[in-house]
Design a protein around this ligand. Structure first.
Ligand code: APR
Length: 244
């Protein structure tokens, strides 16, 4: 299942960078962003909820959607894919995880060097001034408000149309250009600017390995695609390369 060429490449690798997306958490039971929503949320397109405009139009609706996602994320645990990545971090001298996910499953699995592109589902900040708020209480009917400026509280995530945290993409591009191997795992490679990171690596001639059960726009351009679930492929990879 794991080609010898990849086993040899990884055994010699000093620097490995990984970009992860929603697919890595799918086997933990976190629905991927583009999956159909269930129950109450089935009639909404997530792309219509995850915007500042949606929040301004209906703060309660968007706040409640994130409260539902937070509750869901609190009930799940890392899967073997998350643990395999944490293991790889221990085995490779320099290992960096860049994630588009807003859950905390990489952290829970033990990964250390994590850069979050899209924020944190469990963080809360205010809409107007981005004051980070640790203590807040649910209010009936509306989102809570900021104790410092009174504006609505919102999740500390990056919505469509918003800028990513400063310098994260520049940092990622620097790291992938210096890497021996780059992985793109469980991401549809559709959402910019994150999707540009593996493309930078491809353009720099760095071998990029994709792990995904489905084809993506970068599949034709990567050095190798491992077609499968990350929770199955990653543990098999760690076993094949390091016997662990
Ligand atoms: N293992 C690996 N990949 C999987 C698995 C799995 N078990 N299950 C699904 N996938 C793949 C799908 O084939 C798809 O390519 O994961 C990908 C999930 O794609 P998206 O839902 O588009 O998630 P992602 O690429 O992370 O989206 C990027 O866009 O929606 C916004 O901010 C949100 O961070 C998100 C960003």
């Amino acid at each position: 299942m794991i080609p010898d060429s990849l086993i040899n490449l990884l055994r010699d690798a000093k620097r490995v960078a990984v970009l992860t997306g929603a697919g890595v958490s799918a086997e933990s039971g976190v629905p991927t962003f583009r999956d159909a929503q269930t129950g109450l949320w089935a009639k909404y397109d997530p792309q219509d909820l995850a915007t500042p405009q949606a929040f301004m139009a209906n703060p309660e609706l968007v706040w409640n959607w994130y409260a539902w996602r937070r509750d869901l994320a609190e009930q799940v645990s890392p899967n073997p894919g998350h643990y395999a990545l944490a293991k790889m971090e221990q085995l490779v001298p320099e290992f960096a995880t860049f994630t588009q996910n807003v859950d905390d499953l990489h952290d829970q699995a033990g990964s250390q060097n994590i850069t979050r592109f899209h924020g944190n589902l469990f963080g809360v900040k205010c809409f107007d001034n981005h004051h980070m708020i640790d203590n807040w209480r649910e209010l009936p009917g509306t989102p809570p408000t900021c104790p410092e400026c009174g504006s609505w509280l919102r999740p500390d995530v990056v919505w469509f149309g918003e800028a990513l945290p400063e310098n994260v993409i520049d940092h990622a591009v620097q790291v992938v250009r210096a890497a021996d191997v780059v992985f793109s795992i469980g991401t549809s490679s559709l959402v910019m600017p994150a999707a540009a990171v593996p493309v930078e690596a491809i353009n720099a001639g760095i071998p990029v390995i994709e792990i995904n059960p489905n084809a993506t726009p970068i599949s034709e351009h990567v050095a190798l695609t491992l077609r499968g679930k990350s929770g199955e492929v990653l543990p098999a990879l760690v076993e094949a390369v390091w016997g662990q």
